[in-house]
Structures are given as C-alpha cells and as structure tokens.
Design a protein around this ligand. Structure first.
Ligand SMILES: NC(=O)c1ccc[n+]([C@@H]2O[C@H](COP(=O)([O-])OP(=O)(O)OC[C@H]3O[C@@H](n4cnc5c(N)ncnc54)[C@H](OP(=O)(O)O)[C@@H]3O)[C@@H](O)[C@H]2O)c1
Length: 320
C-alpha cells in the first residue's frame, strides 16, 4: 500500500510517499481502508519533533480519517468489514491507504456524512465539544466568541455553539472565511485582520463583553481576550504558538478565568460523552464538517504548508 512516512523530524519535505506492506489486524484490531485523512496543525508540530508527542521513527502521520473497515482481528465485536467509520485518538497512521486501529478508536460515520467529511470529525469536533461543554460549561443564551472560526475547529465550534442556543460571534482573516463562518451559523462575524475589530466586538455586546472565548491563537490574543470578557467570563485556550503577556487585574476585576487543554489528554468518560454528542449532531444535521480542499496523498507536504497559512476555509484532507 502507499503511505506517507517520516524517517527524520523536520520541515514538510520529510513527508515521503512510499510503498509499504499492508498491515494485518492483530487481536482487538481492525484494518481500515482510508478514503480521506484530515490534516491538523498538530500533525505539523509533531513532524518537527518539537511537540509534546514525539512518535518513534519512522512513522506515518495522521490521526483523523474517514474510511471503511476492511478486516478485523480476533475478538473484535464492535465493528465488522463494510462498516463506515471515522477514526479517533490513534495519533498517527492515517496518511495511508490502510491503517490499523483498535476497535475503541473507530466510530460510526452516518450515511449523510461523506468520507472526506469523516476525516474532519474527530480533532475539530472533539475539541469544540470538549471546549464548549467540559471547560466553558456553556449555556444557551450566553455569547461565545469563536476566535479563529474559519478553520477546522472554528467551523465545528460555530455549528455546535449555534445548535446549543448560544449567541455566536466568529472571526476570520479573509472575506471568504468570514462568509463561511456566517453561513455556518455565526450571528456576527468580525475580521481579525481589521485593526478595530476588538472594539467592534465589545460594541456588539453593548459594552457588556462576551461570556466565553474559544481562542485559536492565544499567543497573539490572550491579553486582549481578557478585556473582551463579561463578568464571570471564561477564555478557553485551544491553540497557541508562543508566549504572551496578560494583565492579571483584568481577571480579578471581573472574576474571569482562563483554561487550556489538549484533546489527547481527555479521559475515557469524556471521550464517550464527546463521541455520543458528535454522532447525534452528525445524524441530525447540526454538525456538518466543512472540507475546503482535497489533495492527493502524495501532496502531504503541500498540505502541511497550507494548513499553517492564513485564509483558512474548513478542513484540508488528503485522499489516498
Ligand atoms: N488544544 C487542543 O486539543 C487542540 C485541538 C485542535 C486544534 N488545536 C489548535 O487550535 C488551532 C486551530 O486549529 P484548526 O484545526 O482550526 O486550524 P486551522 O484549520 O488551520 O484554522 C486556524 C484558524 O486560526 C485563525 N487565525 C489566524 N490568525 C488569527 C488571529 N490573529 N486571531 C484569531 N484567529 C486567527 C484562522 O483564521 P484565518 O485563516 O481566516 O485568518 C483559522 O480560523 C491550532 O493552533 C491547533 O494547533 C488545539
């Protein structure tokens, strides 16, 4: 089978398309035929070798995929050949024609969701769910700012927050991204490329501030986010690419808080709840993964460059 392999950590050029033996499922495992693999920013951090997760070399990147079960090993009862699935918490292996997964890492993909969309389910929607429900404890009628709403996590969070009954504000860097965020359910969209956008967000709340911020680029925005919060407001740090300074008194004066998490740190009970919530949303149409670009597997290096560039529009997925 064809697979992307990384033999040494480094830039996108270390992603090589190779011919490797198709794996066979062992006890408790399933072999999944990958129809599409999602490209997440953390795949690029891992590839550099500087991230908290450093897979043993050589490895095949990719945690998120939409595919079909091809074969199962001994003792597997939960899935069978022919099942449509999305993968979760495998961390690596999805940038390939086939991947092995434990049955606990496979989840049903409803018919209405394409395989390409399935590649955009786990990390984006798992993160949005964990942020909105477990950390922000968001309630209907609260106002949420999805700061970085045009990409994978952002579009997922906009759809989810809207379905939960929140008032949804989103930001994007381009007009095209802003239109997408509006289309997916945001009540108001602001351009984070507009120098006056933070004042406009405050104005849109009548000066009260927002109840929560899901932050995709904390190293740029965290200090400012604290000034946009209403009393008892919460910032949930989802993405950050460096250091930032904040004014602690902004927290003290309005009893606000900052939380952060990494999705791969969740516990089993949280994971079970997240998957149940995601499945319900995929089935009832409130969650609709946005695939902005499909690239052939051989173009993994290009996908790794593009996922870090401005102008996000949903997900980039690789098609074997
Ligand atoms: N904590 C976790 O477990 C977890 C899980 C998933 C992702 N993440 C992290 O969360 C971030 C977003 O992930 P993703 O998959 O959505 O990435 P993505 O699809 O590449 O989207 C990135 C988003 O950040 C926006 N952005 C760019 N500049 C910004 C600014 N100055 N202020 C606010 N937003 C800005 C982009 O908007 P434009 O391109 O329109 O400018 C886009 O909406 C990444 O850093 C990722 O590593 C963390």
């Amino acid at each position: 089978m064809k697979a992307i392999r990384v033999h040494s950590f480094g830039g996108p050029e270390v992603l090589k398309l190779e011919e490797v033996p198709t794996p066979r499922p062992g006890p408790g495992q399933a072999l999944v035929r990958i129809h599409a693999a999602g490209v997440n920013p953390y795949d690029t951090y891992m590839r550099t070798g500087t991230y908290a997760i450093r897979p043993p070399l050589p490895y095949t990147p990719g945690s998120d995929a939409g595919g079909m079960v091809e074969a199962v090993g001994e003792g597997v009862r939960g899935v069978k050949p022919g099942d449509r699935v999305y993968t979760a918490t495998t961390v690596t292996g999805a940038y390939a024609e086939y991947a092995l997964a434990l049955e606990s890492q496979l989840h049903p993909l409803p018919e209405r969701i394409s395989y390409a969309q399935g590649a955009g389910v786990w990390v984006p929607y798992g993160t949005a769910y964990h942020g909105l429900h477990h950390w922000a404890k968001a309630s209907a009628s609260e106002t949420a700012l999805i700061h970085g709403a045009s990409g994978g996590v952002g579009t997922a969070a906009v759809q989810m927050a809207r379905a939960m009954g929140l008032v949804v504000f989103g930001t994007a860097g381009t007009e095209r991204g802003a239109k997408l965020v509006e289309r997916e359910g945001a009540h108001r969209v602001f351009l984070h490329s507009d120098p006056g956008y933070r004042e406009k967000i405050l104005e849109a709340t009548g000066g009260r501030g927002v109840d929560l911020v899901l932050e995709m680029l904390a190293n740029l925005n965290l200090g400012h986010d604290l000034k946009l919060l209403a009393r008892e407001g919460r910032v949930i740090v989802i993405g950050s690419r460096g250091d930032v300074s904040v004014t602690p008194r902004d927290l003290m004066m309005r009893r606000t808080s900052i939380h952060g998490f990494a999705l791969w740190n969740i516990n089993e009970a949280e994971a079970a709840e997240i998957h149940a919530g995601i499945l319900a949303g995929l089935e009832n149409g409130s969650l609709r993964p946005i695939v902005g670009r499909e690239l052939p597997l051989a173009e993994a290096a290009r996908a790794h460059k593009e996922v870090l560039e401005p102008g996000a529009f949903g997900k980039i997925v690789l098609v074997p």
